[in-house]
Design a binder for this molecule. Structure first.
Ligand SMILES: C[S@@+](CC[C@H](N)C(=O)[O-])C[C@H]1O[C@@H](n2cnc3c(N)ncnc32)[C@H](O)[C@@H]1O
Length: 185
């Protein structure tokens, strides 16, 4: 048996998403999380995915077509996501920070725009909705984004958000760090 950190994030989110929900993939990339959200929300649900790279939209479109599911794919920065939806309408928002594997390492998520996007995302979440953030560090990514995101998390109001940060002590070389935020009110 093999379990990846992405599988684990999907397992955590599975229980929080039902058919008919509206969800956002804030970092579309190759569309793995977009596909997961489409499969969870079903035909009556709605999935919107953002990426700054045309290449990501093309790869994701192809992946979704192969699996016979649909999502709205938007080429825009996730920091603008509040322009597209009403507050309190989204059940789940996924962020997978870093750069597109095999793509341009310059087109990486940046702490300032990522935090702007988290703040926009928290406003869009329904009460009881969940945001996941998978933080990458080390290597090309360095530690700046991880450290700024962790500092930002500590400032959140404990009565408004239930915040979970996970780590994997047996994994070497700075494994990704999943964070989950549940909106309580
Ligand atoms: C680690 S990849 C995402 C992987 C993806 N979840 C998957 O399943 O393949 C991070 C993605 O974030 C995108 N990105 C970088 N800055 C962004 C921004 N401001 N808004 C939206 N996407 C951004 C990159 O282009 C890249 O495709």
């Amino acid at each position: 048996m093999r379990i990846t950190i992405t599988d684990w994030i999907h397992k955590v989110l599975e229980g929080q998403i039902k058919e008919g929900d509206h969800c956002i993939d804030a970092t579309m990339g190759k569309g793995g999380d977009t596909l997961f959200l489409c499969q969870r929300t079903g035909q009556s649900g709605k999935v919107t995915a953002f990426d700054v790279q045309k290449q990501a939209l093309e790869m994701t479109k192809e992946k979704l077509e192969k699996h016979g599911v649909k999502a709205k794919l938007i080429q825009d920065g996730h920091e603008h996501m509040a322009n597209y939806f009403a507050s309190g309408t989204i059940q789940c928002i996924m962020f997978n920070l870093g750069y597109l594997p095999g793509g341009d390492h310059q087109l990486v998520t940046r702490p300032k725009t990522s935090i702007e996007a988290f703040e926009a995302g928290l406003r869009l979440l329904k009460v009881g909705g969940i945001m996941s953030i998978c933080i990458y560090s080390g290597g090309d990514s360095g530690f700046e984004e991880r450290d700024q995101v962790l500092d930002w998390l500590e400032e959140l109001d404990d009565r408004t958000y239930f915040v979970i940060k996970e780590d994997f002590p047996t994994k070497k070389n700075h494994p990704p760090m999943p964070v989950f935020l549940v909106k309580l009110k």
